[in-house]
Design a protein around this ligand. Structure first.
Ligand code: COA
Length: 298
């Protein structure tokens, strides 16, 4: 069982930087302190520990500008490489960058790590690595925008995000965005960081809000896709919390979990639709929400 988290306390940050030094700088005979730079206080850090609290991996992502983030100082414990921990860490760093709105990620890869980054769609910017900071490094880049290709109606999905931001301001504070819409499957993701309680799990009220917003958002998308106008009102909502949400919260609705039809709106009737949302933490189904929505013709 791994624990991915953001080091925040003095003790966590000390362990984080010490691990960074042990893995990346010490082997190059660089002194303690050389592992930190002036961007650290403003960057996002992620660390993975094992069940005994031993550090397994660290990495940092820094937002360079509105579109670009840079991953640096990423390392997995020497004896634990090749077990998928680097992949898990990279995904956490990319998610953090995406939540800050980054459209691409740049990094300087050590020669040995190039195949690792290539595996995750990073492309070399130059043909040959250059000697920088005393070692050979290759500049690489990954475009994060292809995630949008998982969207069937990307313009409507972005419009929905704007509607949420304007009409339901909590959605922005919670970092909710549309991750996937295929017609058969709708998934939103939220920021765990913005919604944690004192136990570092997602606050129950936020889980409920994400589920409600997701179901509301799906109704909105379905209406717009069919060229219909309607006011969407939540009439009932029931949630069962099964497991804590300790990884990035995902809310998923499958087509078969939408009970009801929007057709009545075409004739100017109000319609009732029951929507079931599953909240997922990592691969674990953590909560189920069933909402009854009434759509009034406009
Ligand atoms: C690069 C690094 C972070 C990778 O971490 P890791 O935990 O070993 O990587 P994973 O086990 O998650 O590997 C994910 C995939 O990449 C592949 N991969 C990882 N390192 C690889 C390498 N050096 N060459 C070829 N493939 C590699 C794995 O085989 C795996 O493929 P699979 O999904 O098909 O099985 C780790 O080796 C490391 O800390 N290296 C030293 C520091 C470093 O170079 N940091 C990079 C920043 S410059």
């Amino acid at each position: 069982m791994y624990h991915i988290f953001e080091p925040r306390t003095d003790a966590e940050l000390e362990a984080y930087f010490d691990f960074r030094w042990q893995m990346l700088n010490k082997p190059l005979q660089l002194p303690k302190g050389s592992e930190q730079d002036g961007y650290d206080p403003h960057a996002m850090h992620r660390m993975i520990k094992d069940k005994n609290g031993e550090p397994l991996a660290v990495g940092r992502v820094y937002v360079n500008d509105a579109d670009e983030a840079q991953i640096r100082y990423m390392a997995v414990s020497t004896g634990r490489r090749g077990e998928g921990i680097g992949a898990m860490l990279l995904s956490a760093l990319e998610t953090a960058a995406q939540q800050e709105g980054a459209k691409r990620i740049v990094l300087l890869s050590r020669i040995k790590a190039i195949p690792f980054f290539k595996k995750f769609d990073y492309q070399a910017v130059e043909k040959e690595p250059s000697r920088m900071e005393g070692i050979q490094l290759l500049q690489m880049i990954k475009d994060l925008s292809p995630a949008k290709s998982m969207l069937r109606v990307p313009e409507l999905c972005s419009e929905l995000e704007t509607v949420w931001a304007e009409q339901i301001p909590i959605s922005e504070k919670m970092g909710i965005n549309v991750y996937q819409y295929t017609g058969q499957r709708f998934e939103t993701r939220a920021s765990l960081h913005a919604n944690v309680n004192t136990k570092q799990a997602m606050f129950a009220g936020s889980i409920y809000s994400q589920a409600t917003l997701t179901a509301w958002g799906l109704c909105w998308l379905k209406l717009r896709e069919q060229g219909l106008q309607g006011e969407i009102v939540v009439a009932k909502g029931k949630i069962s919390y099964r497991q804590p949400v300790i990884e990035q919260p995902r809310a998923v609705i499958l087509q078969q979990h939408i009970d009801g039809s929007f057709d009545g709106l075409k004739k100017g009737h109000k319609v009732k639709v029951k929507v079931t949302v599953t909240i997922i933490s990592g691969d674990v189904e953590a909560a189920d929400f069933v909402g009854l929505f009434i759509l009034f013709p406009k």
